[in-house]
Write a new protein. Structure first.
Length: 616
């Protein structure tokens, strides 16, 4: 009974987390979200079609998904804890005879941005979808294509069916030379079978038309964010004007493996024109966008976790992730708002790359614990294993939207993330803190905090620090304790096989050893005081912190991921209800969070040394 009530309360919390999240959502708001990515044609059927409707991905044909089909299954998305959805392009596409690559079911063969794609529904349907998303307190992101329009010829003569109807509003045909930036931005994507005519975004009339159009579109359909397709194929100084006109968060697709090259496309508020030359700008205007999809991290995730089942050219290595994390923090203007993912419509399904389910679970845990906005591509939670396009664009309805192990894991990851964000927002009023030896709450003195003889104050004021009997610096509390969402993820220890990450008082431990049991352990040097009870959110097993601040993780049952949280943090979260029953009446969540959260100083170097000694 208690478990059911907690689940209901958790769902209610998700629903009411932010009822005001409509329009003008900026990067600060979006970094708190987790996104579920959808291809409209493949996600949900309208009530007029039976759930048995087949969908052969090899045919590359329309399968029948619509915006109404998404509406009908929003509860499925929300029940997993997602706070935003990203849907595929909504505008009119090529819809003539089948091409060599099938139909435009995906939405990226746009012809007229002034019209919606009636394959997916009406304007009223799209408005209803937006309203239903917002009614749940979620955010609404739409995929936008401005780089190109679709054509079956490289020598078009009739532009009447396009939004831009003059030949001068397109660049002349040329195949792309990917070693040349100008060619990437002014030549045509696609090929001679389906050519993607490159829109002339240097034309002031085109820029003006796009700016007016996107402003109207965002307002009409209450869009909270844009995913910008093929962003690096458009000159870099086009995007700030476009996104400013939209008035919402912009996340671009920049298909780059190198952090240095990818980072050029994220707007740097301190040096907005610095990357103008490298992104095709004129040097005088700002370049880039709020965020990009973190493709550099994606390739490192594959190298670190991907258990292919085939003879490997080298061993899996988690140290590449630490390197990539360090590069991202130093290279990107704001790594906290990058889109992190394991799958999307342009790369193979994770389960098509890696044969071990623990590989998926550990990689998922990593993207939820690391910096950035976690994005889950529809079907990952159902174990879809398609390879490259078009095999990675399966229909979801044959799965029955069942409660798989991956669904349960994602739900817990989202629930923890949402709960920690909620706790962060309440800290200023809920958390007790010490000042000059007294406990305070809401600016009222409560009672004197007695210190034992071994405590030695080392600084004054809120967040007062002191040293315990072992000489380890501790901190009493507020402020000075980082919140989860504003804390950069820190690697506190890594080997080729195991990595420990700390973020805002939460410890994540991931591994690439896979499912088979192994006779090994991993010492986690936590930022917690000795004897603090911590709980793994997946297994709900409690781990006591030793006198040296270490928790030992055993792998005798295989390589499951672990997220350790001080047990008192979880009170009211809906996670691990047995732990809550044991702790209710002992200490409040807010007070417990104060009590058990010291500073991190000095821990990371020591933990890294321990891990190197054991594993390297």
């Amino acid at each position: 009974m208690l478990s059911a009530k907690l689940s209901q309360l958790a769902l209610l919390f998700i629903t009411t987390l932010s009822t005001s999240k409509v329009l003008a959502a900026d990067a600060e708001e979006w970094k708190k979200q987790s996104i579920y990515q959808i291809i409209t044609d493949r996600f949900g059927l309208p009530s007029s079609l039976p759930q048995s409707t087949p969908c052969d991905v090899a045919q590359q044909a329309f399968c029948g998904g619509t915006w109404k089909g998404i509406i009908a299954n929003l509860d499925y998305i929300q029940s997993m804890g997602f706070t935003a959805i990203w849907i595929s392009p909504v505008h009119k596409n090529y819809d003539g005879p089948r091409t060599a690559y099938g139909d435009a079911y995906h939405g990226y063969w746009v012809t007229d941005i002034g019209q919606l794609n009636d394959r997916f529904g009406t304007a009223q349907d799209l408005k209803q979808l937006s309203d239903e998303v917002h009614r749940r307190g979620m955010l609404f992101m739409v995929d936008i294509v401005v780089n190109h329009v679709a054509s079956l010829t490289t020598t078009p003569s009739d532009y009447s069916s396009y939004y831009f109807k003059q030949a001068s509003q397109y660049h002349p045909y040329c195949p792309i030379d990917y070693s040349d930036l100008r060619s990437e931005q002014q030549c045509w994507m696609g090929d001679t079978k389906v050519a993607l005519m490159d829109v002339n975004t240097e034309d002031p009339d085109v820029v003006s038309a796009y700016s007016s159009w996107i402003k109207d579109f965002v307002q009409q359909y209450k869009v909270d964010g844009l995913r910008l397709d093929a962003a690096k194929h458009v000159r870099g100084d086009f995007w700030p004007t476009f996104c400013q006109s939209a008035g919402v968060f912009c996340m671009g697709e920049v298909y780059e493996q190198d952090v240095g090259k990818a980072a050029l496309w994220q707007t740097n508020p301190d040096q907005p024109t610095a990357a103008a030359a490298e992104t095709g700008g004129n040097g005088d205007d700002a370049v880039g966008m709020d965020s990009i999809l973190n493709f550099p991290l994606y390739w490192s995730l594959v190298s670190a976790f991907g258990i292919t089942g085939q003879p490997a050219t080298g061993s899996l290595d988690l140290t590449v992730l630490r390197t990539k994390m360090d590069e991202a923090k130093s290279g990107f203007p704001n790594s906290a708002v990058l889109g992190t993912f394991l799958e999307n419509h342009d790369v193979p399904r994770w389960s098509g790359i890696s044969v071990d389910p623990q590989s998926l679970y550990n990689a998922l845990t990593f993207i939820f614990m690391s910096d950035g906005i976690p994005i889950v591509y529809y079907g990952l939670e159902q174990g879809f294993s398609g390879g490259s396009d078009p095999a990675n664009r399966e229909a979801l309805w044959p799965s029955g939207y069942v409660n798989t192990t991956a669904v349960q894991m994602i739900t817990k990851l989202n629930r923890l993330r949402n709960w920690m964000i909620k706790m962060d927002a309440q800290e200023s009023t809920d958390r007790k803190r010490t000042y000059e030896g007294y406990m305070w709450q809401n600016n009222e003195k409560l009672y004197r905090r007695e210190r034992s003889s071994h405590e030695r104050p080392v600084e004054k004021g809120f967040g007062r620090a002191w040293k315990d009997e072992a000489g380890v610096e501790r901190r009493d509390g507020f402020p000075g304790i980082p919140g989860f969402i504003d804390s950069p993820a820190q690697v506190v220890g890594v080997s080729e096989k195991v990595m420990g990450i700390v973020r805002g008082g939460v410890i994540g431990v991931v591994t690439n050893i896979g499912s088979p049991p192994q006779n090994m352990s991993f010492p986690v040097l936590t930022p917690y005081q000795r004897s603090v009870a911590t709980t793994d959110i997946f297994s709900c097993v409690q781990y006591a912190v030793g006198s040296d601040g270490i928790v030992s993780i055993e792998y005798s049952k295989g390589g499951q991921p672990i997220i350790l949280v001080p047990s008192v943090y979880l009170l009211g979260s809906g996670l691990c209800d047995t732990t809550e029953r044991a702790l209710i009446g002992t200490v409040s969540a807010a007070e417990g969070r104060n009590r058990y959260m010291p500073v991190y100083a000095g821990y990371i170097a020591l933990f890294s040394l321990v891990i190197m000694t054991i594993f390297l």
